[in-house]
Design a protein around this ligand. Structure first.
Ligand SMILES: *[C@@H]1O[C@H](CO)[C@@H](O)[C@H](O)[C@H]1NC(C)=O
Ligand SMILES: *[C@@H]1O[C@H](CO)[C@@H](O)[C@H](O)[C@H]1NC(C)=O
Ligand SMILES: *[C@@H]1O[C@H](CO)[C@@H](O)[C@H](O)[C@H]1NC(C)=O
Ligand SMILES: *[C@@H]1O[C@H](CO)[C@@H](O)[C@H](O)[C@H]1NC(C)=O
Ligand SMILES: *[C@@H]1O[C@H](CO)[C@@H](O)[C@H](O)[C@H]1NC(C)=O
Ligand SMILES: *[C@@H]1O[C@H](CO)[C@@H](O)[C@H](O)[C@H]1NC(C)=O
Ligand SMILES: *[C@@H]1O[C@H](CO)[C@@H](O)[C@H](O)[C@H]1NC(C)=O
Ligand SMILES: *[C@@H]1O[C@H](CO)[C@@H](O)[C@H](O)[C@H]1NC(C)=O
Ligand SMILES: *[C@@H]1O[C@H](CO)[C@@H](O)[C@H](O)[C@H]1NC(C)=O
Ligand SMILES: *[C@@H]1O[C@H](CO)[C@@H](O)[C@H](O)[C@H]1NC(C)=O
Ligand SMILES: *[C@@H]1O[C@H](CO)[C@@H](O)[C@H](O)[C@H]1NC(C)=O
Ligand SMILES: *[C@@H]1O[C@H](CO)[C@@H](O)[C@H](O)[C@H]1NC(C)=O
Length: 693
């Protein structure tokens, strides 16, 4: 990051200088010398040593993307005014002691992207470095004496090295230091004296090291510290380490092995706003742990081992993530968190939720209850969400619901976002949404809906939906007038389903549709007028096996005539000669089929089983005549719908159009409907099946 920033600075500088008069005096071969600044730039040269012959008044030297292997004593001694030296992206493995001696004006040094293994104490003894960037090298140690007492340093960046050893006083005496980044190294511990005197340090970033110990008082001089990132280390305790960091705004300790938070662990962090303690092993939080932390806004404790969570003193908390802990009861003492707006309880073995469970959270906006035991096992009180008039968003993913949890939503009149992904809902009842007058986003991703008809009926009680998401349901067909006329839907996501056909009037009445995503389905053609009466702005049609033959003629013609070819990216999969071609690039006259008679499908069901014994296999015939080939959809007496691409353990649609029912049950008896659809028309026949014991 820092490298990129410095690079950008240099590039812009370079642009400016391009227009400055160039001096023709001595300049090393292949380099560019500019009299302004004065600076020298050597880029992409196959040189292995620092060349000689630089103008002696050079103050900025950049040798980047060359093949310098060693920096030697004397390499820069002819440029006593050098203030900025960029040597990144070379092949430097050795820096001789003395290399930078005599450069009394050197302030910025960047050696990122080399193979430097060692920085020797005394290397910078003559310099007044303010910025050092040594990222992406092979540095193994920062002994005391390399940077120690280098009081001009403000920024020190050593990301992506192999530092496993920090000298006891490695960064001591850096009284002007504002930022240290040592991300992605191997540091095992932070010595007590390492940051002595760093009273201006604002950002200390050490994620992804191997720190298991921070010696007590290691941060005691860092009274200005604002951002502290220790995530991805091996800390088991923070006890004592954070004492006195009263300016700290953001604390990241994600992904360590912290075991507990006591009354004294965090209490001096009176300015803390964001705290990440997720992905640790926290088992216990003492009831006075957050005393004085009224500024804390966002608190992440997901993926720990908490069995109990007191909200005492969390007066400023807006967002609290407690997902994936071991909570059997919701947080205690909710009245203590009057500003809590987002409460994440997903993945906890909550045993029950009481009536008006969230009523004391006066600002609650969102509650996440994904994969929660009380919901999976139906032990949540149906009135748990009552008494929380500010609650607007409820997420109940992965709770194994087989039907819409209407009872749990009795108090849902104010809910606008309802997320029920990853359940097993297949059908809906007419009054499922009666309570939900205000819902604007509904997410049913990854449920078991094969047939949209009961959902369409249930949605009749709603007048407006901004988003309806049905991605990942095994739905095979969209019939005419999919949604009721009076519901306004803005965005419809029917991506990644099993759609085999869409009726030509499916989106009739959906005049307010702004976007529709029907990618990754099994559709072969688009009815010519499907989008003709709606002014949808964004359409995704990718990932369908579009057949660019006679079936697409009408649509292609409409697309061309109405100047819509840019909106609809239809990539043909068939016929074979057009695989990969855009429909808009195929001449209309090429969109033909190999049919003797073009005709809408007709169905013959002769030969179907009419009577089987429970447990036996039943086979129903749907013999379709018609050209081009028709899609075949079977609808069962219970209203489930299947096509050849469905993936149901008991119902299979065969390549010849037949339906095979494995291991029939008594409840399979009744009327089955076969629907055959091609672009010329649709036909339906029903077959009745008896199942006896
Ligand atoms: C640097 O050396 C490597 C291999 O020795 C070579 O592939 C590369 O082209 C050289 N770079 C320049 C800029 O000459
Ligand atoms: C740097 O030295 C060159 C001659 O070596 C001179 O032309 C140029 O003006 C000098 N630049 C500055 C800023 O002194
Ligand atoms: C922690 O603080 C709470 C409230 O201030 C107090 O009741 C409790 O006894 C304290 N726990 C310990 C172990 O000191
Ligand atoms: C709940 O929190 C309030 C306010 O922080 C506090 O006064 C009260 O003692 C707490 N109750 C319990 C049982 O910890
Ligand atoms: C649900 O939570 C249980 C633990 O309570 C976990 O084992 C399971 O993987 C989770 N399931 C999902 C779908 O997240
Ligand atoms: C919905 O919000 C209004 C206004 O805030 C409130 O009066 C009403 O009680 C809320 N309804 C429910 C069921 O929470
Ligand atoms: C979901 O419910 C079914 C019974 O309806 C049960 O057999 C299955 O084990 C449940 N799955 C989970 C993950 O709880
Ligand atoms: C089609 O759109 C293009 C630009 O999007 C425009 O230049 C052209 O005039 C339009 N043609 C018709 C027939 O509207
Ligand atoms: C279409 O072409 C892609 C790669 O270009 C290939 O993977 C795919 O199998 C082809 N589809 C058909 C139906 O030939
Ligand atoms: C359209 O058909 C003509 C003649 O049959 C053929 O030459 C041409 O390549 C075809 N165009 C495309 C895009 O397939
Ligand atoms: C249906 O098929 C059967 C034999 O497969 C045939 O005897 C019968 O005439 C067909 N019915 C129609 C209406 O074509
Ligand atoms: C479908 O009908 C055709 C023509 O009537 C017949 O040849 C074929 O055997 C029938 N197929 C099935 C599966 O009944």
């Amino acid at each position: 990051m820092a490298l990129l920033t410095t690079m950008a600075t240099i590039l812009s500088l370079l642009l400016l200088l391009t227009f400055a008069p160039m001096v023709s005096l001595a300049c090393p071969h292949g380099c560019k010398c500019y009299s302004d600044v004065p600076s020298v730039h050597c880029y992409y040269l196959g040189i292995t040593t620092v060349p000689a012959g630089f103008p002696p008044n050079t103050t900025l030297l950049a040798i980047r993307h060359c093949n310098i292997t060693t920096l030697r004593r004397g390499d820069f001694s002819g440029m006593p005014l050098l203030a900025t030296l960029y040597l990144d992206w070379n092949n430097i493995s050795t820096i001789e002691l003395g290399t930078f001696d005599g450069l009394f004006h050197l302030k910025s040094l960047a050696i990122g992207g080399n193979r430097v293994g060692k920085l020797t104490p005394g290397l910078f003894k003559d310099n007044k470095l303010t910025d050092f960037d040594g990222s992406d090298n092979r540095i193994e140690a920062i002994p005391s004496g390399v940077f120690t007492n280098h009081s001009s340093l403000t920024s020190l960046i050593l990301n992506d090295n192999r530092i496993s050893m920090l000298g006891t006083a490695a960064f001591a005496g850096l009284s002007q230091l504002v930022e240290i980044q040592i991300n992605d190294n191997l540091i095992p511990r932070l010595p007590a004296e390492a940051l002595k005197g760093a009273s201006k340090l604002w950002t200390l970033s050490m994620p992804n090291n191997a720190i298991s110990e921070i010696e007590e008082s290691a941060f005691s001089d860092c009274t200005s510290l604002y951002n502290l990132d220790l995530s991805g280390n091996l800390l088991t305790t923070l006890e004592g380490t954070l004492k006195g960091l009263s300016n700290l705004n953001s604390l990241l300790v994600s992904g360590n092995r912290v075991l507990e938070v006591t009354n004294s662990t965090l209490t001096s962090l009176t300015s803390l706003r964001d705290c990440w303690l997720d992905n640790n092993k926290i088992r216990k939080i003492e009831s006075g742990a957050f005393k004085g932390m009224g500024n804390l806004n966002n608190f992440y404790l997901g993926n720990n081992d908490l069995e109990e969570m007191p909200l005492n003193e969390l007066v400023g908390v807006l967002k609290l993530d407690l997902a994936k802990n071991r909570l059997q009861t919701p947080p205690l003492n909710m009245t203590a968190a009057p500003n809590l707006a987002i409460l994440m309880l997903s993945g906890n073995p909550l045993k029950s939720l009481a009536p008006s469970q969230f009523a004391s959270l006066k600002s609650i906006f969102e509650v996440d209850l994904d994969n929660v035991t009380a919901l999976r096992e139906h032990t949540m009180d149906p009135r748990a969400l009552c008494g929380a008039p500010t609650l607007q968003s409820v997420s109940m993913n992965n709770n194994n619901f087989t039907s819409f949890p209407k009872d749990l939503l009795t108090c849902a009149a104010n809910i606008t976002y309802l997320i029920l992904a990853g359940n097993r809902m297949a059908k809906f009842k007419r009054d499922d949404f009666y309570n939900m007058r205000n819902v604007v986003q509904v997410d049913f991703t990854d449920n078991s809906i094969t047939n949209i008809s009961t959902l369409s009926e249930a949605l009749e009680s709603i007048t407006f939906l901004d988003y309806l998401t049905l991605t990942g349901n095994p739905m095979v067909f969209l019939p005419e007038y999919v949604f009721p006329a009076h519901i306004e839907i803005n965005n419809l996501d029917i991506n990644d389903m099993k759609l085999r056909a869409v009726d030509k009037d499916a989106f009739e009445w959906m005049g307010k549709l702004q976007s529709i995503d029907m990618g990754k389905n099994r559709l072969r053609f688009i009815p010519g007028k499907l989008f003709a009466n709606i002014s949808v702005e964004k359409v995704n049609l990718d990932g369908n096996p579009w057949q660019c033959d006679c079936q697409m003629y009408e649509f292609a013609q409409w697309m061309k005539n109405s100047n819509m070819t840019e909106k609809f990216d239809v990539v043909c999969e068939g016929p074979e000669t057009l695989n990969g071609t855009y429909l808009s690039e195929v001449p209309l006259k090429n969109l033909t089929c190999d049919c003797v008679h073009y005709q809408a499908p007709t169905i013959n069901t002769t030969g179907s089983d009419s009577h089987v014994q429970a447990g036996q296999r039943a086979r129903l015939v749907c013999n379709v005549t018609g050209c081009p080939e028709a899609a075949v959809i079977w609808t069962t007496p219970l209203g489930d719908a299947f096509s050849e691409d469905s993936d149901d353990p008991r119902f299979s649609v065969l390549p010849d159009g037949g339906l095979e029912i494995h291991k029939t049950k008594i409840t399979d008896a009744g009327m089955y409907i076969c629907t055959a659809i091609n672009y010329l028309g649709t036909s339906q026949e029903s077959v009745s099946l008896k199942v006896t014991v």
